[in-house]
Design a protein around this ligand. Structure first.
Ligand code: GLU
Length: 499
C-alpha cells in the first residue's frame, strides 16, 4: 500500500462531540498503524455557523485526548477560490451545467411527481439547453445553480466499503445534483472532494450519516480525473431509545470537554470511545496506546450502530457505566506519579495543594494517593472524597455520620478516651496503631469493629475506605488525635440540629 493519508475534517460549529472525537481517533489509529499521515482540516466554509471558540475547542479537545496530527490545521475557507475554479472547470468541460429552474418550478414539479407516484428527482429540464438559450437567459440576468451532469449509463455505480461491504446505486436513481449555489458558492459536497484530492487522502473514515454523499462524491472524483479513496463508514452512536446522541437531548455528556471537567483520564476516554464502534474480536477491553494501534483495523469496525448506555438524571451513572469503569481501571492502575500530575490543577483549585507535595512531602503524597485511589472513579474523587487526607475542613458524609457515629452514643466518650491512649503511641506505624486500638477495645470488652467504623467516619468523612490503620498512618498522629477528641462536638451539633 502506498502511504496512508487520512483526515479529520470537523465543521467548527460547536463543541467537540464524542462522536466526532471517535471519528478522529479511528482515523488517527489507522494512520499510526500504517505509519501514514493524519491531517486536521477545519471545514469552516459555513461562515455564519463557524466560530473561533469552536475551532479552539476542537484543537484543545484533540490535544487533551493525545490525538496528534501531522499536518494542519488547514482551513477549508482558504481554498474557496480553488473550489470555485473547479466548479467552473466542470462547467467548461460539459460535466456540469447551468440550471435556471426556479425554486417554485422545482417545488411544483416535485409535488406533481409525488402525486403521480413518480420519481421526484430533478427532471433534467436545463441539462440540454442550447448555447443560445443559455446565453439569452444569462443576458436576462436570470440566476442559476450549477448541476453536475450524472453520466448517462446503464447499470450501477458502487464502491467497496471497508466496513459495510459492497454499496451500489443504480445510475438512473442519481439526480443531477447541485454543486454551486446561485450566489456562486460551491456546495460542501464538492469542496470536500476538492480538498481530499489536494490533500491526497487515501482513506475516508467517517460516520454513516455521510453515506448519502459518497456515491455522488465518487462521480465527482471521476469527473475530476482522480481515483476515489477507500471509504469506511462507521456506525452511529445512539442512546438506549435509539436516538442519535446530541447536546440538545442529552446535555453535556456528549462533549469531550465535559469528560475533562468530570475528571476523566484522556486515554481512558479514548479507550472507551474506540470500543464504542470497534471490537478486537476478543474480550480485551483495556488497551494501551501501542496495543490499540497494533490491534486496530477498519474491518473490525462494527457494522451496526453503537449504543451509548446513558441514563440521564442518575448521578451514579453520570455517563455510560462502561466509560466510568474503564476510567476507574486506569485511575487505579496507572503510575501514581502520573495521577499526581493530573490532579494537581484540581488540588490547587480546591485549596488542597501544598508545594511540599513536590518536595519533601512527595513520598507521603504519592503513597496517600495510592492508598485512597482503589475506590475512586474519577480524578475529581481525590479532592472530593479524599479531602480529609489533605485538609481539616472536610465534611462527614451524612450516612457515615449517622450509621457509624450517632447511632453509637458510647463513642462520644470512648473515642476521646482512645485518643489519650494513642498519644502515648510511639513510633506511629501500622503495627503500633493496630495494637493500641485492639488493646483499647479488649480492655473494655468492645467489638473493635464499632470503634473502627466510627473512626473511619470521623477521620475520613467516608463510610468506606482503606484499612483503618493505613488511614491512621496516612493522616498522621496529630490529626488523628485532634479529630477523635472532637467526637463529642459531632454529637452535640447533631443534637442541636434535631432540637
Ligand atoms: N465536515 C464534515 C462533518 O463535520 C465531515 C465530512 C467528511 O468526513 O467527509 O461532519
Amino acid at each position: 500500500m502506498s502511504e496512508v493519508i487520512v483526515r479529520f475534517p470537523p465543521s467548527p460549529t460547536g463543541y467537540l462531540h464524542i462522536g466526532g472525537a471517535r471519528t478522529a481517533i479511528f482515523n488517527w489509529l489507522f494512520a499510526r498503524k500504517h505509519k501514514g499521515k493524519f491531517i486536521l482540516r477545519i471545514e469552516d466554509t459555513d461562515a455564519e455557523r463557524s466560530t473561533k471558540e469552536s475551532i479552539q475547542g476542537i484543537i484543545d479537545g484533540l490535544t487533551w485526548l493525545g490525538i496528534d496530527w501531522d499536518e494542519g490545521p488547514y482551513f477549508q475557507s482558504e481554498f474557496a477560490q480553488e473550489h470555485k475554479e473547479v466548479a467552473h472547470k466542470l462547467l467548461q468541460e460539459g460535466k456540469a451545467y447551468r440550471c435556471f429552474c426556479t425554486r417554485e418550478e422545482l417545488e411544483s414539479k416535485r409535488k406533481q411527481a409525488l402525486k403521480e407516484k413518480r420519481d421526484i428527482k430533478y427532471d433534467g429540464t436545463c441539462r440540454n439547453l442550447s448555447p443560445e438559450e443559455i446565453a439569452s437567459k444569462e443576458a436576462q440576468g436570470l440566476p442559476y445553480v450549477v448541476r453536475f451532469k450524472v453520466p448517462e449509463r446503464q447499470g450501477k455505480i458502487g464502491y467497496d466499503d471497508k466496513v459495510l461491504g459492497r454499496i451500489e446505486k443504480d445510475y438512473s436513481e442519481i439526480e443531477d445534483f447541485v454543486i454551486m449555489r446561485s450566489n456562486g458558492k460551491p456546495l460542501y459536497l464538492l469542496c470536500n472532494v476538492v480538498d481530499d484530492i489536494r490533500d491526497r487522502i487515501t482513506h475516508i473514515i467517517r460516520g454513516q450519516d455521510h453515506m448519502s454523499n459518497t456515491i455522488r462524491q465518487i462521480l465527482l472524483y471521476e469527473a475530476l480525473g482522480a481515483t476515489p479513496p477507500v471509504f469506511a463508514h462507521m456506525p452511529l452512536t445512539l442512546d438506549l431509545q435509539k436516538r442519535k446522541i446530541s447536546k440538545r437531548t442529552h446535555g453535556e455528556v456528549v462533549s469531550v470537554q465535559w469528560y475533562r471537567e468530570m475528571g476523566f483520564i484522556p486515554w481512558a476516554l479514548v479507550n472507551f470511545l474506540v470500543l464504542l464502534g470497534w471490537n478486537p474480536g476478543t474480550d480485551q477491553e483495556i488497551f494501551s496506546r501501542d496495543e490499540l494501534i497494533q490491534a486496530f483495523s477498519l474491518e473490525r469496525i462494527n457494522k451496526s450502530n453503537s449504543i451509548f448506555n446513558y441514563r440521564k438524571g442518575d448521578p451514579k451513572f453520570f455517563t455510560d457505566p462502561k466509560a466510568i469503569n474503564i476510567n476507574a481501571h486506569y485511575l487505579r492502575t496507572m503510575p501514581i506519579e502520573e495521577i499526581a500530575q493530573m490532579i494537581k490543577e484540581d488540588f490547587i483549585k480546591e485549596g488542597l495543594w501544598n508545594e511540599a507535595y513536590e518536595g519533601d512531602k512527595k513520598q507521603w503524597f504519592l503513597s496517600t494517593l495510592d492508598l485512597i485511589r482503589s475506590r475512586f472513579h474519577t480524578l475529581k474523587d481525590f479532592a472530593r472524597q479524599g479531602r480529609a487526607y489533605f485538609a481539616d475542613d472536610f465534611e462527614i458524609e451524612p450516612k457515615a455520620l449517622k450509621k457509624n457515629v450517632l447511632k453509637r452514643p458510647e463513642l462520644k466518650e470512648l473515642l476521646p478516651e482512645l485518643s489519650l491512649s494513642l498519644e502515648k503511641v510511639e513510633p506511629w506505624n501500622l503495627e503500633t496503631t493496630e495494637d493500641a486500638v485492639r488493646k483499647f477495645a479488649e480492655e473494655r470488652a468492645l467489638k473493635a469493629g464499632i470503634i473502627i467504623n466510627g473512626m473511619r467516619a470521623i477521620l475520613t468523612g467516608q463510610l468506606k475506605g482503606p484499612g483503618i490503620f493505613d488511614v491512621m498512618v496516612a493522616i498522621g498522629k496529630e490529626r488523628v488525635i485532634k479529630r477523635l477528641k472532637n467526637t463529642p462536638e459531632l454529637f452535640e451539633s447533631a443534637e442541636k440540629k434535631d432540637s
